[in-house]
Design a protein around this ligand. Structure first.
Ligand code: 5RP
Length: 270
């Protein structure tokens, strides 16, 4: 691995425990102004101090994140279909490596849709990006996007993660599932998990905890943070699991005891 890639990877996973809390705010690239992320600038700014890195498109980076911000950027560079379009898996690379360098990206994110109609095209996107990343010293994060018809089980996710790693991805993002440790074991690069649809906060913290306990290197979480009524306390609670090894109960009490959640705290005391 070249020095640039190692250096940039350490910006993402370089916390002393080798784990990461990546804040995912890239959803608009196919969902538009999705619930909770209608005004990205307002959502992102209070969360940044608690994120090790941020995953987003260049449009939102340029308009909603101050260049003086020191947060490492994971730039989403695949897209091309919308939630109301023909097929979400029909993606191409939507930003050049030169622009990624101008934006000082620490990592590039590309989705692969294993088992979908455009599987081949998305794998070729990954292969080309890995080559470009190697040329310029930028690591690649492969997102194992799951089509509606796919089951999120360890067999499918293990296959998708392994293929992404075999293609040269430096980090793979996937979903937590039963027997997640088997997915981790068969993937030779760090895995981070997406949060998925909004859950009750305690359940989302359990998901993060179970994933980390099974060997995930971190989270790349979006909706379960910024769709929470108190996003800052939620990201702090997630951090406590990823970086401090807190259990779910202890992390939940960080969430509950933040100002803004006094109603939940007093409910719990009854
Ligand atoms: C969309 C993505 C999202 O970044 C990913 O799904 C993480 O967000 P969430 O925790 O809301 O699932 O890659 O394709």
């Amino acid at each position: 691995m070249n020095w640039g890639i190692r250096n940039r990877l350490s910006q993402i996973m370089g916390h002393e425990d080798g784990r990461c809390v990546m804040l995912a705010v890239d959803h608009g690239y196919f969902l538009g102004p999705t619930e909770g992320l209608e005004s990205p600038r307002e959502v992102i700014s209070p969360l940044l101090p608690f994120a090790d890195s941020i995953m987003l498109t260049r449009g939102i980076l340029r308009t909603c994140v101050r260049p003086e911000s020191c947060v490492p950027v994971v730039l989403r560079v695949s897209g091309g279909s919308s939630i109301i379009g023909e097929d979400l898996s029909k993606e191409e690379v939507i930003a050049s490596i030169e622009d990624a360098i101008r934006l000082n990206a620490s990592c590039l994110a590309v989705s692969v849709f294993i088992g979908s109609r455009y599987e081949h095209q998305t794998l070729m996107n990954l292969a080309r990006l890995v080559d470009e990343g190697e040329r310029y010293g930028i690591p690649i994060l492969a997102v194992t996007a799951v089509g509606r018809e796919m089951t999120r089980d360890s067999r499918y996710l293990g296959l998708a993660c392994r293929i992404a790693a075999e293609f040269g991805a430096h980090i793979v993002k996937t979903y937590y599932c039963n027997d997640f440790d088997t997915v981790v074991r068969s993937c030779p690069v760090p895995l981070v998990i997406a949060g998925g649809k909004k859950l009750d906060e305690k359940d989302a913290l359990k998901l993060a905890h179970d994933a980390i306990s099974s060997g995930a290197s971190g989270v790349d979480m979006g909706r379960n943070i910024w769709q929470s009524k108190t996003p800052v306390s939620m990201i702090k609670a997630v951090r406590s699991i990823v970086h401090e090894g807190l259990d779910v109960g202890a992390a939940y009490s960080i969430f509950v005891h933040e100002p803004g959640n006094s109603n939940i705290a007093s409910e719990l005391q009854k």
